[in-house]
Design a binder for this molecule. Structure first.
Ligand code: NOJ
Length: 510
Protein backbone atom coordinates (compact mmCIF):
# COMPACT_ATOMS: atom_id res chain seq x y z
CA UNK A 1 0.00 0.00 0.00
CA UNK A 2 1.22 3.47 -0.84
CA UNK A 3 0.74 6.30 1.67
CA UNK A 4 -2.64 7.77 0.79
CA UNK A 5 -1.34 11.36 0.85
CA UNK A 6 0.67 10.69 -2.32
CA UNK A 7 -2.52 10.51 -4.40
CA UNK A 8 -2.81 14.26 -4.44
CA UNK A 9 0.76 15.27 -3.64
CA UNK A 10 2.70 17.86 -5.62
CA UNK A 11 6.29 18.33 -4.48
CA UNK A 12 8.44 21.44 -4.34
CA UNK A 13 12.19 20.79 -4.33
CA UNK A 14 14.25 23.17 -2.22
CA UNK A 15 18.00 23.60 -2.52
CA UNK A 16 18.32 25.03 1.01
CA UNK A 17 21.46 27.06 0.30
CA UNK A 18 19.53 29.29 -2.09
CA UNK A 19 15.94 29.56 -0.97
CA UNK A 20 15.68 32.25 1.68
CA UNK A 21 18.28 33.66 4.10
CA UNK A 22 16.77 35.09 7.29
CA UNK A 23 19.90 35.72 9.36
CA UNK A 24 21.88 37.74 6.83
CA UNK A 25 24.80 35.32 6.40
CA UNK A 26 24.25 35.04 2.65
CA UNK A 27 23.00 31.45 2.67
CA UNK A 28 19.48 30.06 3.02
CA UNK A 29 18.22 28.55 6.28
CA UNK A 30 15.36 26.54 7.82
CA UNK A 31 13.68 29.66 9.15
CA UNK A 32 13.60 30.96 5.57
CA UNK A 33 11.80 27.81 4.45
CA UNK A 34 9.33 28.09 7.34
CA UNK A 35 8.54 31.69 6.39
CA UNK A 36 7.80 30.64 2.83
CA UNK A 37 5.62 27.60 3.55
CA UNK A 38 2.45 29.60 2.92
CA UNK A 39 3.83 30.75 -0.40
CA UNK A 40 4.73 27.18 -1.41
CA UNK A 41 1.27 25.97 -0.42
CA UNK A 42 -0.32 28.85 -2.34
CA UNK A 43 1.34 27.49 -5.49
CA UNK A 44 -0.42 24.19 -4.95
CA UNK A 45 2.66 22.33 -3.70
CA UNK A 46 1.71 20.40 -0.59
CA UNK A 47 4.98 18.52 -0.07
CA UNK A 48 8.68 19.36 0.04
CA UNK A 49 11.91 17.63 -0.85
CA UNK A 50 14.85 19.36 0.78
CA UNK A 51 18.33 18.60 -0.60
CA UNK A 52 20.82 17.27 2.00
CA UNK A 53 20.94 19.62 4.96
CA UNK A 54 23.22 17.54 7.20
CA UNK A 55 26.61 18.37 8.60
CA UNK A 56 29.10 18.15 5.73
CA UNK A 57 32.35 19.59 4.42
CA UNK A 58 30.30 20.47 1.29
CA UNK A 59 32.58 19.14 -1.41
CA UNK A 60 29.40 17.99 -3.17
CA UNK A 61 26.83 20.48 -1.89
CA UNK A 62 26.00 18.25 1.09
CA UNK A 63 25.87 14.90 -0.73
CA UNK A 64 29.03 14.19 1.24
CA UNK A 65 27.45 13.62 4.65
CA UNK A 66 29.68 13.89 7.74
CA UNK A 67 26.91 13.29 10.28
CA UNK A 68 23.57 11.80 9.26
CA UNK A 69 21.89 12.86 12.49
CA UNK A 70 22.92 16.49 12.77
CA UNK A 71 22.00 19.35 10.48
CA UNK A 72 24.61 21.71 9.06
CA UNK A 73 24.84 24.73 11.38
CA UNK A 74 24.62 27.06 8.40
CA UNK A 75 20.93 26.12 8.03
CA UNK A 76 20.09 26.23 11.76
CA UNK A 77 19.76 23.55 14.43
CA UNK A 78 18.06 20.17 14.56
CA UNK A 79 15.33 21.88 16.61
CA UNK A 80 14.77 24.35 13.75
CA UNK A 81 14.28 21.45 11.36
CA UNK A 82 11.85 19.74 13.76
CA UNK A 83 9.95 23.03 13.88
CA UNK A 84 9.89 23.07 10.09
CA UNK A 85 8.30 19.60 10.13
CA UNK A 86 5.67 20.83 12.62
CA UNK A 87 4.90 24.00 10.70
CA UNK A 88 4.56 22.00 7.49
CA UNK A 89 2.26 19.46 9.15
CA UNK A 90 0.13 22.25 10.60
CA UNK A 91 -0.56 23.24 6.99
CA UNK A 92 -1.23 19.68 5.84
CA UNK A 93 2.14 19.51 4.08
CA UNK A 94 4.71 16.68 4.08
CA UNK A 95 8.50 16.93 4.10
CA UNK A 96 11.02 14.54 2.55
CA UNK A 97 14.69 14.77 3.44
CA UNK A 98 17.44 13.56 1.14
CA UNK A 99 18.90 10.20 2.15
CA UNK A 100 22.39 9.46 0.85
CA UNK A 101 22.80 5.72 1.46
CA UNK A 102 25.54 4.85 -1.04
CA UNK A 103 28.42 6.87 0.39
CA UNK A 104 29.43 9.27 3.11
CA UNK A 105 31.96 12.05 3.29
CA UNK A 106 35.52 10.89 3.82
CA UNK A 107 35.23 12.94 7.03
CA UNK A 108 32.43 10.80 8.44
CA UNK A 109 33.47 9.14 11.76
CA UNK A 110 32.63 5.73 10.23
CA UNK A 111 35.22 6.30 7.55
CA UNK A 112 37.80 7.64 9.99
CA UNK A 113 37.46 4.40 11.96
CA UNK A 114 37.30 2.21 8.89
CA UNK A 115 40.59 3.51 7.52
CA UNK A 116 42.55 2.59 10.67
CA UNK A 117 45.28 -0.03 10.38
CA UNK A 118 43.95 -2.05 13.32
CA UNK A 119 40.83 -4.08 12.61
CA UNK A 120 37.75 -2.66 14.32
CA UNK A 121 33.97 -2.76 14.21
CA UNK A 122 33.81 -0.43 11.20
CA UNK A 123 36.59 -1.97 9.13
CA UNK A 124 33.96 -3.49 6.85
CA UNK A 125 31.61 -0.48 6.65
CA UNK A 126 33.25 0.61 3.36
CA UNK A 127 34.71 -1.40 0.52
CA UNK A 128 38.45 -1.95 0.85
CA UNK A 129 40.82 -4.02 -1.19
CA UNK A 130 43.40 -6.02 0.72
CA UNK A 131 46.51 -4.23 -0.44
CA UNK A 132 47.60 -0.64 -1.07
CA UNK A 133 48.47 -1.46 -4.67
CA UNK A 134 45.30 -3.38 -5.55
CA UNK A 135 42.29 -1.76 -7.17
CA UNK A 136 38.93 -2.96 -8.24
CA UNK A 137 37.56 -3.97 -11.61
CA UNK A 138 35.29 -1.29 -13.13
CA UNK A 139 34.96 0.88 -10.03
CA UNK A 140 37.06 3.91 -9.17
CA UNK A 141 39.20 3.58 -6.08
CA UNK A 142 41.56 5.69 -4.01
CA UNK A 143 44.88 4.67 -2.53
CA UNK A 144 47.68 6.30 -0.64
CA UNK A 145 45.64 8.38 1.79
CA UNK A 146 44.93 6.01 4.65
CA UNK A 147 46.65 4.19 7.49
CA UNK A 148 45.10 0.98 6.33
CA UNK A 149 46.90 -1.22 3.81
CA UNK A 150 44.29 -1.21 1.08
CA UNK A 151 42.50 1.03 -1.38
CA UNK A 152 38.84 2.00 -1.05
CA UNK A 153 36.09 2.29 -3.62
CA UNK A 154 34.31 5.55 -4.26
CA UNK A 155 30.70 6.03 -5.31
CA UNK A 156 30.89 9.43 -6.99
CA UNK A 157 33.52 12.12 -6.25
CA UNK A 158 36.83 11.35 -4.56
CA UNK A 159 35.40 12.65 -1.26
CA UNK A 160 32.61 10.00 -1.27
CA UNK A 161 33.81 6.52 -0.23
CA UNK A 162 31.31 3.78 -1.09
CA UNK A 163 29.49 2.13 1.80
CA UNK A 164 29.62 -1.64 1.84
CA UNK A 165 26.38 -3.43 0.96
CA UNK A 166 28.34 -6.40 -0.37
CA UNK A 167 28.96 -7.92 -3.78
CA UNK A 168 26.41 -10.01 -5.61
CA UNK A 169 29.13 -12.27 -7.02
CA UNK A 170 32.27 -11.85 -4.91
CA UNK A 171 35.41 -12.70 -6.86
CA UNK A 172 38.10 -11.77 -4.38
CA UNK A 173 38.55 -12.52 -0.71
CA UNK A 174 38.06 -8.86 0.25
CA UNK A 175 34.67 -8.70 -1.46
CA UNK A 176 31.99 -9.57 1.06
CA UNK A 177 28.72 -11.22 -0.04
CA UNK A 178 25.41 -9.38 0.31
CA UNK A 179 24.43 -11.44 3.34
CA UNK A 180 27.72 -10.95 5.18
CA UNK A 181 27.53 -9.37 8.66
CA UNK A 182 29.28 -6.22 7.37
CA UNK A 183 26.82 -5.70 4.49
CA UNK A 184 23.87 -6.27 6.80
CA UNK A 185 25.32 -3.92 9.41
CA UNK A 186 25.53 -1.13 6.81
CA UNK A 187 21.90 -1.64 5.83
CA UNK A 188 20.78 -1.68 9.46
CA UNK A 189 22.77 1.48 10.19
CA UNK A 190 21.02 3.23 7.32
CA UNK A 191 17.63 2.06 8.59
CA UNK A 192 18.51 3.59 11.96
CA UNK A 193 19.31 6.89 10.25
CA UNK A 194 15.84 6.77 8.65
CA UNK A 195 14.21 5.95 11.98
CA UNK A 196 16.03 8.87 13.57
CA UNK A 197 14.41 11.40 11.23
CA UNK A 198 11.05 9.66 10.85
CA UNK A 199 10.49 9.68 14.60
CA UNK A 200 11.21 13.42 14.63
CA UNK A 201 8.60 14.41 12.09
CA UNK A 202 10.17 13.73 8.71
CA UNK A 203 7.73 12.14 6.24
CA UNK A 204 10.15 10.17 4.11
CA UNK A 205 13.13 10.43 1.80
CA UNK A 206 14.32 11.19 -1.65
CA UNK A 207 16.98 8.53 -2.05
CA UNK A 208 20.22 9.49 -3.71
CA UNK A 209 21.73 7.08 -6.27
CA UNK A 210 19.30 4.44 -5.08
CA UNK A 211 20.54 1.88 -7.61
CA UNK A 212 24.16 2.11 -6.51
CA UNK A 213 24.32 -0.01 -3.36
CA UNK A 214 25.36 -3.57 -4.21
CA UNK A 215 28.48 -3.86 -6.32
CA UNK A 216 29.22 -6.13 -9.19
CA UNK A 217 27.68 -7.67 -11.08
CA UNK A 218 24.29 -6.46 -9.97
CA UNK A 219 23.16 -5.57 -13.48
CA UNK A 220 19.57 -6.65 -12.96
CA UNK A 221 19.73 -4.95 -9.56
CA UNK A 222 18.51 -7.97 -7.62
CA UNK A 223 21.10 -7.33 -4.87
CA UNK A 224 20.29 -3.65 -4.48
CA UNK A 225 16.55 -4.35 -4.76
CA UNK A 226 16.79 -6.82 -1.88
CA UNK A 227 18.21 -4.08 0.34
CA UNK A 228 15.33 -1.75 -0.53
CA UNK A 229 12.71 -4.46 -0.07
CA UNK A 230 14.06 -4.96 3.42
CA UNK A 231 13.93 -1.20 4.07
CA UNK A 232 10.38 -1.03 2.74
CA UNK A 233 9.31 -3.81 5.08
CA UNK A 234 10.63 -1.78 7.97
CA UNK A 235 8.71 1.28 6.75
CA UNK A 236 5.49 -0.67 6.27
CA UNK A 237 5.75 -2.02 9.81
CA UNK A 238 6.99 1.06 11.63
CA UNK A 239 6.14 4.11 9.47
CA UNK A 240 3.37 3.16 7.01
CA UNK A 241 2.73 6.79 6.03
CA UNK A 242 6.38 7.46 5.12
CA UNK A 243 7.24 7.80 1.43
CA UNK A 244 10.38 7.12 -0.56
CA UNK A 245 11.22 8.45 -4.02
CA UNK A 246 14.17 6.95 -5.86
CA UNK A 247 16.79 8.63 -7.94
CA UNK A 248 16.87 5.57 -10.18
CA UNK A 249 14.91 6.22 -13.40
CA UNK A 250 13.95 2.62 -13.91
CA UNK A 251 10.49 2.39 -12.39
CA UNK A 252 9.92 -1.22 -13.40
CA UNK A 253 12.73 -2.15 -11.03
CA UNK A 254 12.66 0.69 -8.50
CA UNK A 255 8.95 0.43 -7.70
CA UNK A 256 9.16 -3.34 -7.34
CA UNK A 257 12.11 -2.84 -5.01
CA UNK A 258 9.79 -0.98 -2.66
CA UNK A 259 10.00 2.67 -3.66
CA UNK A 260 6.70 4.51 -3.75
CA UNK A 261 7.90 6.82 -6.52
CA UNK A 262 10.73 6.85 -9.07
CA UNK A 263 12.00 9.92 -10.92
CA UNK A 264 11.79 10.17 -14.67
CA UNK A 265 15.24 11.63 -15.24
CA UNK A 266 17.41 13.07 -17.95
CA UNK A 267 19.21 9.86 -18.77
CA UNK A 268 16.13 8.34 -20.41
CA UNK A 269 15.31 8.75 -24.09
CA UNK A 270 11.75 9.73 -23.39
CA UNK A 271 12.48 12.61 -21.05
CA UNK A 272 15.12 13.93 -23.44
CA UNK A 273 12.71 13.97 -26.37
CA UNK A 274 10.14 15.72 -24.24
CA UNK A 275 12.25 18.25 -22.40
CA UNK A 276 15.84 18.56 -23.66
CA UNK A 277 16.34 17.48 -27.24
CA UNK A 278 18.99 20.12 -27.92
CA UNK A 279 22.22 18.19 -28.24
CA UNK A 280 22.80 19.08 -31.91
CA UNK A 281 22.36 22.54 -33.42
CA UNK A 282 18.61 22.44 -33.33
CA UNK A 283 16.25 22.05 -30.45
CA UNK A 284 13.56 19.46 -31.11
CA UNK A 285 12.21 19.33 -27.57
CA UNK A 286 8.50 18.77 -27.70
CA UNK A 287 7.34 22.08 -26.25
CA UNK A 288 9.49 24.29 -28.48
CA UNK A 289 7.24 26.26 -30.80
CA UNK A 290 9.45 25.89 -33.85
CA UNK A 291 11.00 22.63 -32.75
CA UNK A 292 9.14 20.15 -34.92
CA UNK A 293 9.16 17.90 -31.87
CA UNK A 294 7.53 14.53 -31.60
CA UNK A 295 5.80 13.24 -28.47
CA UNK A 296 6.01 9.59 -29.52
CA UNK A 297 9.51 8.71 -28.22
CA UNK A 298 8.39 9.92 -24.81
CA UNK A 299 5.11 8.04 -24.98
CA UNK A 300 6.73 4.78 -26.07
CA UNK A 301 8.80 4.72 -22.91
CA UNK A 302 6.32 6.34 -20.54
CA UNK A 303 3.28 4.28 -21.47
CA UNK A 304 5.28 1.09 -21.23
CA UNK A 305 6.51 2.03 -17.75
CA UNK A 306 3.10 3.22 -16.68
CA UNK A 307 1.39 0.04 -17.73
CA UNK A 308 4.01 -2.13 -16.12
CA UNK A 309 3.93 -0.33 -12.79
CA UNK A 310 0.21 0.34 -12.46
CA UNK A 311 -0.94 -0.31 -8.88
CA UNK A 312 2.65 -0.63 -7.63
CA UNK A 313 3.88 2.96 -7.36
CA UNK A 314 4.25 6.27 -9.14
CA UNK A 315 6.44 7.77 -11.83
CA UNK A 316 7.52 11.30 -10.91
CA UNK A 317 8.08 13.86 -13.62
CA UNK A 318 9.97 16.98 -12.70
CA UNK A 319 10.43 20.46 -14.11
CA UNK A 320 14.17 19.96 -13.49
CA UNK A 321 16.33 19.39 -10.44
CA UNK A 322 19.55 20.67 -8.84
CA UNK A 323 21.62 18.56 -11.29
CA UNK A 324 20.20 19.72 -14.61
CA UNK A 325 19.78 22.98 -16.52
CA UNK A 326 16.57 24.80 -15.67
CA UNK A 327 13.87 24.45 -18.35
CA UNK A 328 14.09 28.22 -18.93
CA UNK A 329 17.57 27.49 -20.35
CA UNK A 330 15.91 26.85 -23.69
CA UNK A 331 12.19 27.50 -23.32
CA UNK A 332 10.43 30.86 -23.13
CA UNK A 333 7.64 31.62 -20.69
CA UNK A 334 4.84 30.61 -23.06
CA UNK A 335 6.52 27.31 -23.88
CA UNK A 336 7.02 26.68 -20.18
CA UNK A 337 3.30 27.13 -19.56
CA UNK A 338 2.49 24.29 -21.97
CA UNK A 339 5.32 22.19 -20.60
CA UNK A 340 4.09 22.50 -17.01
CA UNK A 341 0.48 22.00 -18.08
CA UNK A 342 1.55 18.63 -19.46
CA UNK A 343 3.78 17.63 -16.54
CA UNK A 344 1.14 18.55 -13.96
CA UNK A 345 -1.68 16.68 -15.68
CA UNK A 346 0.08 13.34 -15.99
CA UNK A 347 -0.47 10.47 -13.57
CA UNK A 348 1.99 9.99 -10.71
CA UNK A 349 3.47 12.60 -8.43
CA UNK A 350 5.01 15.71 -10.03
CA UNK A 351 7.95 17.71 -8.68
CA UNK A 352 8.53 21.44 -9.19
CA UNK A 353 12.07 22.76 -8.62
CA UNK A 354 12.15 26.05 -6.68
CA UNK A 355 12.17 29.04 -9.01
CA UNK A 356 10.89 27.12 -12.04
CA UNK A 357 7.44 28.50 -11.22
CA UNK A 358 8.68 31.96 -12.25
CA UNK A 359 10.96 30.73 -15.04
CA UNK A 360 14.27 31.46 -13.32
CA UNK A 361 17.16 31.35 -15.73
CA UNK A 362 20.11 29.01 -15.84
CA UNK A 363 23.15 31.24 -15.18
CA UNK A 364 26.65 30.53 -16.42
CA UNK A 365 28.77 30.49 -13.27
CA UNK A 366 32.04 29.06 -11.95
CA UNK A 367 31.69 25.90 -9.93
CA UNK A 368 30.56 26.02 -6.30
CA UNK A 369 30.66 23.11 -3.85
CA UNK A 370 31.27 20.54 -6.57
CA UNK A 371 28.44 21.86 -8.71
CA UNK A 372 30.35 22.45 -11.99
CA UNK A 373 27.79 22.97 -14.76
CA UNK A 374 25.04 22.33 -12.21
CA UNK A 375 25.90 25.52 -10.33
CA UNK A 376 23.87 27.71 -12.69
CA UNK A 377 20.69 25.93 -11.62
CA UNK A 378 21.33 26.57 -7.92
CA UNK A 379 21.22 30.38 -7.69
CA UNK A 380 19.20 32.31 -5.08
CA UNK A 381 15.43 32.37 -5.32
CA UNK A 382 14.09 35.61 -6.78
CA UNK A 383 11.42 36.99 -4.48
CA UNK A 384 11.22 40.73 -5.05
CA UNK A 385 12.91 43.56 -6.90
CA UNK A 386 15.66 45.28 -4.94
CA UNK A 387 18.55 44.05 -2.82
CA UNK A 388 19.58 40.49 -3.66
CA UNK A 389 16.11 40.04 -5.16
CA UNK A 390 14.75 39.55 -1.67
CA UNK A 391 16.83 36.44 -1.00
CA UNK A 392 19.05 37.94 1.71
CA UNK A 393 20.06 41.15 3.45
CA UNK A 394 23.74 40.24 3.23
CA UNK A 395 26.35 42.14 1.28
CA UNK A 396 25.92 40.87 -2.32
CA UNK A 397 29.60 39.89 -2.36
CA UNK A 398 29.01 37.36 0.43
CA UNK A 399 26.04 35.52 -1.08
CA UNK A 400 26.30 31.75 -1.52
CA UNK A 401 25.88 32.37 -5.25
CA UNK A 402 25.12 35.60 -7.10
CA UNK A 403 21.53 36.44 -7.98
CA UNK A 404 20.39 36.91 -11.58
CA UNK A 405 21.37 40.53 -12.29
CA UNK A 406 19.38 40.88 -15.53
CA UNK A 407 16.94 43.83 -15.57
CA UNK A 408 14.15 41.45 -16.44
CA UNK A 409 15.04 38.79 -13.88
CA UNK A 410 11.66 37.21 -13.02
CA UNK A 411 10.41 37.64 -9.45
CA UNK A 412 7.58 36.22 -7.40
CA UNK A 413 6.44 39.72 -6.51
CA UNK A 414 5.97 40.80 -10.14
CA UNK A 415 4.38 37.56 -11.28
CA UNK A 416 1.90 37.44 -8.40
CA UNK A 417 0.42 40.68 -9.74
CA UNK A 418 0.08 39.38 -13.28
CA UNK A 419 -2.77 36.93 -13.92
CA UNK A 420 -1.12 35.80 -17.17
CA UNK A 421 2.29 35.09 -15.62
CA UNK A 422 3.90 31.68 -15.42
CA UNK A 423 3.44 31.68 -11.65
CA UNK A 424 -0.29 32.41 -11.99
CA UNK A 425 -0.56 29.62 -14.55
CA UNK A 426 1.14 27.17 -12.16
CA UNK A 427 -1.28 28.19 -9.42
CA UNK A 428 -4.31 27.74 -11.64
CA UNK A 429 -3.14 24.39 -12.98
CA UNK A 430 -2.33 22.96 -9.57
CA UNK A 431 -5.55 24.27 -8.02
CA UNK A 432 -7.46 22.50 -10.78
CA UNK A 433 -5.47 19.32 -10.20
CA UNK A 434 -6.30 19.37 -6.49
CA UNK A 435 -10.02 19.71 -7.08
CA UNK A 436 -10.19 17.17 -9.91
CA UNK A 437 -9.43 13.53 -9.01
CA UNK A 438 -9.17 12.72 -12.74
CA UNK A 439 -6.03 14.87 -12.88
CA UNK A 440 -4.35 13.34 -9.82
CA UNK A 441 -1.91 10.47 -9.41
CA UNK A 442 -4.16 7.46 -9.96
CA UNK A 443 -6.61 8.28 -12.77
CA UNK A 444 -5.87 6.34 -15.96
CA UNK A 445 -3.96 7.87 -18.86
CA UNK A 446 -4.34 7.05 -22.56
CA UNK A 447 -3.05 8.74 -25.72
CA UNK A 448 -5.69 9.51 -28.32
CA UNK A 449 -3.91 11.41 -31.12
CA UNK A 450 -0.12 11.29 -31.38
CA UNK A 451 0.35 12.49 -34.98
CA UNK A 452 3.24 15.02 -34.76
CA UNK A 453 1.48 17.28 -37.29
CA UNK A 454 -1.51 17.63 -35.01
CA UNK A 455 -2.33 18.51 -31.42
CA UNK A 456 -1.49 15.74 -28.98
CA UNK A 457 -4.75 14.56 -27.45
CA UNK A 458 -4.88 12.39 -24.34
CA UNK A 459 -7.32 11.17 -21.77
CA UNK A 460 -7.17 11.34 -17.98
CA UNK A 461 -10.10 9.53 -16.42
CA UNK A 462 -13.21 11.08 -17.93
CA UNK A 463 -11.39 14.20 -19.22
CA UNK A 464 -9.86 14.89 -22.63
CA UNK A 465 -6.75 17.06 -22.74
CA UNK A 466 -5.05 18.56 -25.77
CA UNK A 467 -1.76 20.28 -26.25
CA UNK A 468 -0.65 22.17 -29.32
CA UNK A 469 2.95 23.39 -29.04
CA UNK A 470 3.10 24.45 -32.70
CA UNK A 471 2.20 27.80 -34.25
CA UNK A 472 -0.29 26.14 -36.58
CA UNK A 473 -4.05 26.12 -35.89
CA UNK A 474 -5.53 22.79 -34.91
CA UNK A 475 -9.02 21.41 -34.76
CA UNK A 476 -9.89 18.60 -32.38
CA UNK A 477 -13.23 16.94 -33.08
CA UNK A 478 -14.96 16.74 -29.76
CA UNK A 479 -18.08 18.14 -28.13
CA UNK A 480 -17.73 19.29 -24.57
CA UNK A 481 -17.05 22.04 -22.08
CA UNK A 482 -13.63 23.68 -21.79
CA UNK A 483 -12.64 23.44 -18.10
CA UNK A 484 -9.30 25.17 -18.47
CA UNK A 485 -7.19 26.56 -21.28
CA UNK A 486 -3.90 28.28 -22.09
CA UNK A 487 -3.48 30.35 -25.28
CA UNK A 488 -6.23 30.79 -27.84
CA UNK A 489 -8.77 28.07 -27.48
CA UNK A 490 -12.35 28.25 -28.74
CA UNK A 491 -15.30 25.91 -28.51
CA UNK A 492 -17.21 25.22 -31.72
CA UNK A 493 -20.30 23.10 -31.88
CA UNK A 494 -18.50 19.82 -32.53
CA UNK A 495 -14.84 20.72 -32.10
CA UNK A 496 -12.29 22.60 -30.07
CA UNK A 497 -10.13 25.06 -32.04
CA UNK A 498 -6.58 25.57 -30.84
CA UNK A 499 -4.82 28.58 -32.40
CA UNK A 500 -1.06 28.64 -32.02
CA UNK A 501 0.62 27.31 -28.88
CA UNK A 502 -2.25 26.26 -26.65
CA UNK A 503 -3.61 23.73 -24.20
CA UNK A 504 -7.08 22.74 -23.10
CA UNK A 505 -8.82 20.45 -20.67
CA UNK A 506 -12.26 19.41 -21.86
CA UNK A 507 -15.11 17.62 -20.16
CA UNK A 508 -16.67 15.66 -23.04
CA UNK A 509 -20.40 16.05 -23.59
CA UNK A 510 -21.06 12.32 -23.48
C1 NOJ B 1 22.98 12.62 -7.22
C2 NOJ B 1 22.72 13.98 -6.66
O1 NOJ B 1 21.51 14.48 -7.17
C3 NOJ B 1 23.91 14.82 -7.03
O2 NOJ B 1 23.68 16.17 -6.77
C4 NOJ B 1 25.11 14.29 -6.28
O3 NOJ B 1 26.26 15.00 -6.70
C5 NOJ B 1 25.33 12.79 -6.57
N1 NOJ B 1 24.11 12.04 -6.54
C6 NOJ B 1 26.26 12.18 -5.56
O4 NOJ B 1 25.64 12.03 -4.32
Amino acid sequence: MNPSWLRDAVFYEIYPQSFRDTNGDGIGDFQGIIEKLDYILSLGCNALWINPCYDSPFHDAGYDVRDYRKVAPRYGTNEDLYRLFQEAHARGMHVLLDLVPGHTSEEHPWFRESQRAEKNELSGRYIWTDSWFKGCRNIAYIGGETERDGTYLINFFKCQPALNYGFLHPEESWQTPVDSPDAIATREAMKDVMRFWLTRGCDGFRVDMAASLVKYDDEKKSGTSAVWKNVRQMLDEEFPEAAMVAEWCDPKIALRAGFHMDFYLNNSNGYTALMRDYEGHEDHSYFRREGGGDIRPFLREYEDWLQDTRDIGYISLLTCNHDTPRPRFHMDMEELKLCYAFLFTLPGVPFLYYGDEIGMRYLKLPTKEGGYTRTGTRTPMQWTKGKNLGFSDADPETLYLPVDDADDAPTVEAQEKDPSSLLSTVRALLALRHRTPDLQADAPFASICTDPEKAFVYRRGSLILMINPLCRDQRVEIRGEILYSIGQVAKKEDAIMLSGPSFAIVQPAD
